[in-house]
Design a protein around this ligand. Structure first.
Ligand code: HAS
Length: 545
């Protein structure tokens, strides 16, 4: 990539790694507080720390890393025009200003509302304005990617678009449609309310709009990891993409089914007709299918590559995998973690079982396995080749070794923390609570051992974070100069040609909108009808946190 192209992606990636350090430190502090052995100094509040942790890692790190990575993919596959690149920088600065605004508000203790910012918790208006800016800045990235794909298609009539560019456009479409919901609640509800222009806020509407965004958000995190699994890992292991059509189909299914499912986060909430909850649970089970397709495709790709290399027997192909190459090892551990992580997701989505785990720390365990293990380990795996490829340096054998150690530390830390969260959740331990003996109740005494384990896991993970930041600095500034491969795989030569309809954007966007309207219109009208603003319990006039 050219110097300018590199600069753009690296700008986003710097913010991501700074976020990792700050957010990770907050995670460590939380686990220590929850163990009951540590009190936060200088009057810092537990929820302040928890908000920094969730916002900085869940929203800032992920969004910045993903946009930076995706710009690199677009530059490498279909290229960005100079004009589009200049516009991209505007998006970056808007996002950065928004991030700084929201972060300062949280650090000053004026926005301890957690990353879901549920009303009636109320933050300082700067927090919501900052969030709105982050979203608006990210829309710039969406439109740059859409426009570039449009221009490319104009110049390449009847050609299949490069797989990775297609995937980036799907992920940005998913993000754009999803963020319309959170932008609506922030702009129409939260900002006027926090500024004092509105006396009340309709809580159920705000939560529904949040979760309309909140679930596709998790697939916005997951899809860049899938981009690497489908189109980068095969090259690293010396294989080919198993099926371009299957990969595109999986991404199209994510676009259609990841949005109309937000109610599975609201299954215990009153005010939503159970029939619509049921419908959205059915749709949730449909969004599991593209992940099952992905699992099938990965196994097939590993096996075919292994057999071509001459490995025999049912599991002989496992031996050919380059276990000592961190570009493969880190994402592979992420893949393996996704088997229990996805199983946990299916448990959450099952209505009756959700009643057991909802609002317990099981859910926190679930997302430490999904986003903090599967997705983040894949992002680390991407960093090992992307950063040297961008900065013109080499991933040396020594850094590779450090990366392997980092992956092992991360895996141990996450297994301990997430395992103990899952178990404590089944014993009823609530999520989002600081240390308490709950007036000495017997049930709460069962949880404390698991809280110690979380502190041990958190401490191990913090060592992993320091090591990862060290590796990042080495790869960005100090590794020896050289050429590192930007590994993009090709398709199997005997694969069937990809059907044209998979690139029928009008069809997929039309179906996505139709599904969203089907799943949300009637329940949304009912929510508004049943909860006119101003009538508790759905709308609260007061509520400073
Ligand atoms: Fe989830 C809550 C349901 C996936 C993240 N989820 C959350 C929250 C987060 C989150 C952050 O239905 C908390 C939100 C909050 O703060 O309240 N989740 C699901 C379902 C899936 C799922 C059905 N979640 C994810 C992913 C996330 C994520 C991915 C982040 C990236 N989740 C829920 C529900 C809740 C929830 C409820 C609400 C709970 C409540 O009550 O509050 C599915 O998408 C999972 C499908 C995945 C699979 C796994 C496929 C396996 C693969 C790996 C194959 C391995 C190979 C390696 C090939 C079926 C692809 C083999 C190699 C060898 C060498 C052998």
């Amino acid at each position: 990539l050219s110097k300018q192209e590199t600069k753009l992606s690296m700008a986003y990636i710097y913010v991501a790694f700074i976020s990792l350090l700050i957010g990770g430190l907050m995670g460590l502090l939380q686990t220590l507080v929850r163990s009951g052995t540590f009190t936060l100094p200088w009057g810092i509040d537990y929820y302040q720390v928890l908000t920094v942790h969730g916002v900085i890692l869940g929203l800032v790190l992920t969004t910045f890393f993903i946009i930076g990575f995706q710009y690199a993919l677009i530059n490498k596959t279909i290229g960005l025009t100079v004009k589009q690149r200049k516009i991209s920088w505007v998006g970056f600065w808007i996002m950065l200003v928004g991030t700084i605004m929201s972060s300062i508000t949280i650090l000053l203790g004026k926005a301890s509302v957690l990353y879901t910012f549920y009303a009636p918790l109320k933050a300082h208006p700067a927090f919501y304005i900052g969030l709105a800016l982050v979203i608006i800045g990210s829309w710039v990235a969406c439109f740059v990617n859409f426009r570039q794909m449009f221009l490319w298609r104009k110049d390449h009539k009847n050609e299949k678009s490069p797989l990775l560019a297609f995937m980036v456009v799907i992920n940005m479409l998913l993000w754009f449609i999803a963020t319309l919901g959170v932008a609506a609640t922030v702009l129409i509800q939260f900002i006027p309310w926090s500024l004092g222009y509105a006396d009340t806020i309709n809580i159920l509407v705000s939560r529904t709009l949040f979760w309309y965004f909140g679930h596709p958000l998790v697939y916005f995190w997951l899809l860049p990891a899938y981009m690497a699994w489908y189109a980068i890992i095969p090259k690293i292991i010396g294989g080919k993409i198993f099926s371009d059509s299957l990969a595109r189909l999986a991404f199209v299914l994510f676009l259609m089914f990841s949005i109309p499912v937000g109610f599975h986060h609201q299954l215990t909430e009153p005010g939503i007709d159970p029939m619509w909850k049921f419908i959205q649970v059915v749709l949730t089970f449909l969004v599991i299918i593209p992940s099952l397709l992905t699992a099938f495709s990965m196994f097939a790709m590993f096996e075919i590559t292994g057999r071509k290399k001459g490995f025999q027997g049912i599991f002989g192909w496992v031996k050919h995998l380059p276990w000592k190459d961190v570009r493969f090892f880190a994402p592979m551990v992420g893949m393996l973690a996704f088997i229990p992580a996805g199983t946990g997701g299916i448990i959450n989505a099952s209505h009756q079982l959700n009643a057991v785990v909802h609002n317990t720390i099981w859910v926190t365990g679930h997302f430490h396995l999904t986003v903090a293990t599967t997705v983040i380990l894949t992002f680390f795996g991407i960093s090992y080749w992307l950063i040297p490829a961008l900065t013109g340096r080499k991933l040396t054998a020594d850094i590779n070794k450090l990366g392997m150690i980092q992956t092992i530390i991360w895996t141990i830390g996450m297994t301990i923390i997430s395992g103990s969260m899952h178990i404590a959740g089944l014993f009823g331990a609530p999520r989002r609570s600081a240390y308490s003996t709950y007036s000495g109740t017997e049930q709460a005494s069962e949880w404390i051992g698991y809280q110690y384990s979380q502190a041990i896991g958190g401490s191990i993970l913090f060592i992993g974070i320091i090591l990862m930041v060290y590796i990042f600095i080495k790869l960005a500034f100090f590794a020896p100069k050289g050429i590192e491969e930007f590994p993009i795989a090709e398709e199997e030569p005997d694969a069937e040609p990809t059907p044209k309809f998979l690139e029928n954007w009008k069809l997929w966007i039309g179906l996505t909108i139709a599904l969203i309207l089907f799943a949300y219109t009637i329940p949304f009208i009912e929510i508004i009808q049943h909860s006119p603003p101003g009538s508790p319990p759905f709308a609260w006039p007061i509520g400073n946190n």
